[in-house]
Design a protein around this ligand. Structure first.
Ligand code: NAD
Ligand code: ZN
Ligand code: ZN
Length: 390
């Protein structure tokens, strides 16, 4: 089959690889129809995540048709149209039982104590390096889906591929970012990052009753999406001081909750993301552009919530602990427990409450994956989200 492979820093290629096979009684094989490139894939593209090997198949956002199931998969049958959550989760361990699927204890054989310190996902993730289980990804013609009796859900005909594939990651992630804010009627929610995750966090904040949503980014075309589709107010951090602007917009109090949908962002380089060299990290943060998490903490009103869905790894120094402690803030964070959200969010799409595909800017054939990575990384051609059609 054809698959998108990581070939080194800033290099992906569509190559021929063997078709995946059922390896476990709880596996399914899915013939992929639509798969997406994610901001998280850019961390791999930039070479910031160790333990990628040349030829590793990328992609953790995908959907398609079940073509084969192992003997213990009774909820799915060949012919079913499904979307697959990005965290691989067994459904039975103590984490999964608590609904904490992205910290499943049984899906990442490499989740040891060193990894705990370095800070990466304890669960396996499709197409996300050998630190996260070494699973082949879904930017391909077929994928093997472990624990298929737990993760994938069937998608009804009236929901399009473009809508359903958002359930693999970015819609649940944005929604979890908003849900963690514990939004009350009348509240003001600020979101750092107008990428797919930030835009869907902002849209979810609306669904959950926020009165005002403020979105912060530096790309006018992305901020326009927030204005047009979410009726959000926007701040361009290249033009104004974000803390001053937020103070002015909230009568000096600050937003009730702040969502970081940026993470240890790449455009000014995060090569030290996994470094143990703390001095190097500190120096880097000093020269960094506005650092979203730090700003989110400094901006938040006293007693408010800082919700972090942007991805981090390793150490983050220059954390404003004083402001955090003395103003009684709360922080909630995590890789998304996607399996918790797929059904309720599918129902919201079916009821017409939201169409998460408003973020999609590009659709192209799988063979154009290298071009897709390039324009998404460089934010060319007003690129917000690339779907690869297989
Ligand atoms: P993206 O790269 O398309 O979007 C990031 C946006 O942040 C860009 O528009 C960028 O201009 C903006 N930005 C950068 N620095 C900023 C700053 N200082 N202030 C405000 N905005 C800033 O990526 P995405 O697909 O939207 O993903 C966003 C983040 O979410 C990434 O870190 C990704 O790894 C993470 N993520 C986390 C989960 C999870 O489960 N928690 C799931 C998916 C993605
Ligand atoms: Zn993703
Ligand atoms: Zn589990």
């Amino acid at each position: 089959m054809k698959a998108t492979a990581w070939m080194g820093t800033d290099s992906v290629k569509v190559i021929d690889v063997p078709d995946p096979k059922i390896m476990n009684a709880r596996d399914a094989i899915v013939r992929i129809s639509t798969t997406a490139i994610c901001g998280s894939d850019l961390h791999l593209y930039h070479g910031y995540i160790p333990a990628m090997r040349k030829g590793d198949i990328l992609g953790h956002e995908f959907m398609g048709e079940v073509v084969e199931v192992g003997p213990q998969v009774r909820n799915l049958a060949p012919g079913d149209r499904v979307v697959v959550p990005f965290p691989i989760a067994c459904g039975h361990c103590s984490s999964c039982q608590r609904g904490l699927y992205s910290v499943c204890e049984n899906s990442n054989p490499n989740a040891g104590i060193a990894e705990k310190i370095m800070g990466h996902s304890p669960a396996g993730i499709f197409g996300y390096s050998h630190l996260l289980g070494g699973y082949a990804g879904g930017q391909a013609e077929y994928a093997r889906v472990p624990f298929a009796d737990v993760g994938p859900i069937k998608v009804p005909d009236e929901v399009s591929d473009d809508q359903a594939v958002m359930l693999a990651d970015v819609f649940p992630t944005g929604y979890m970012g908003a849900e963690m804010c514990d939004i009350k009627p009348g509240q003001v929610i600020a979101v750092w990052g107008a990428g797919p995750v930030g835009l869907l966090a902002a849209a979810s904040a609306r669904l959950l009753g926020a009165e005002r949503v403020i979105v912060i980014d530096r790309f006018p075309y992305r901020l326009r999406l927030a204005e047009e589709h979410i009726d959000a107010e926007t701040i361009n951090y290249d033009d104004v001081d974000v803390l001053d602007a937020l103070n002015a917009m909230t009568a000096g109090r600050g937003p009730d909750a702040c969502i970081d949908a940026v993470g240890l962002e790449g455009h000014h380089g995060n090569a030290a993301m996994y470094a143990y060299d703390r001095a190097k990290q500190a120096a880097r943060v000093e020269t960094e552009r506005p650092f979203a998490l730090r700003q989110a903490i400094l901006a938040c009103r006293s007693g408010g919530v800082v919700s972090v869905v942007g991805a981090y790894g390793g150490f983050v120094d220059k954390f404003p602990m004083g402001a955090f402690m003395n103003r009684s803030l709360v922080m909630r964070t995590g890789q998304c427990h996607v399996q918790r959200y797929t059904r309720p969010l599918l129902e919201r799409i079916q009821r017409g409450e939201i169409d998460p595909s408003f973020i999609v800017s590009h659709r192209m054939p799988l063979r154009d994956a290298p071009k897709g990575y390039k324009i998404f990384q460089k934010k060319q051609d007003d690129c917000t989200k690339v779907l690869l059609k297989v």
